[in-house]
Design a protein around this ligand. Structure first.
Ligand SMILES: [Zn+2]
Length: 176
């Protein structure tokens, strides 16, 4: 996971950049990584249509971390993973996301209809309770929340209408 490619000019899947011995995994035929070094930004685009609820890709831990980094996705109250396959790390944040990482089923799932060419996005606070690298969102969505630093620091009323993972819902309930 990366907080905001515009704010992270050197962003690459961390294990690919860290000299991992495994060759980088290429996206399946349904997806394309679009690198924009001129913008310091990369994205993952869909090459085909998906309907809401469609599974897009299975994911699994590449590494398990006890604390969040800008590359991790939170899986539970205590677990953060670097994603495998690594190309899923190119999915950027949006406050009007078309996909979600569901830790309970370990699948990236279509949040709404996706057309060929669409950039895949997910709502970082749907999995992230407290982010290592907050940023100011400029996604342009009508319901853009602005500062994105994890669900913990957002007014729960502002999370209404967003899909949230099980651990984020549990943490919100425990806080109230
Ligand atoms: Zn936004």
């Amino acid at each position: 996971m990366t907080p905001d490619r515009a704010n992270a000019p050197d962003a690459e899947p961390s294990h690919a950049a860290a000299g991992d011995e495994d060759p980088p995994e290429r996206p399946s035929a349904d997806f394309l990584v679009v690198a924009r070094p001129d913008l310091g930004q990369s994205s993952l685009r869909s090459l085909r249509a998906f309907a809401p609820g469609d599974p897009l890709a299975a994911f699994r831990p590449h590494t398990l971390q006890a604390a969040p980094t800008r590359m991790t996705v939170q899986m539970s109250e205590t677990e953060h993973i670097e994603l495998a396959p690594s190309w899923l790390a190119f999915i950027n944040h949006s406050c009007d996301p078309n996909a979600r990482f569901d830790p309970d089923v370990r699948h990236l799932v279509a949040e709404r209809a996706i057309a060929p060419g669409d950039e895949l996005t997910f709502f970082y606070p749907s999995t992230e309770w407290s982010m290592a690298t907050p940023f100011d969102c400029r996604c342009g969505a009508a319901r853009c929340l602005g500062r994105i630093d994890g669900a913990a620091r957002l007014d729960p009323a502002r999370l209404a209408g967003f899909w949230l993972s099980g651990h984020v819902r549990r943490l919100l309930a425990a806080r109230n």
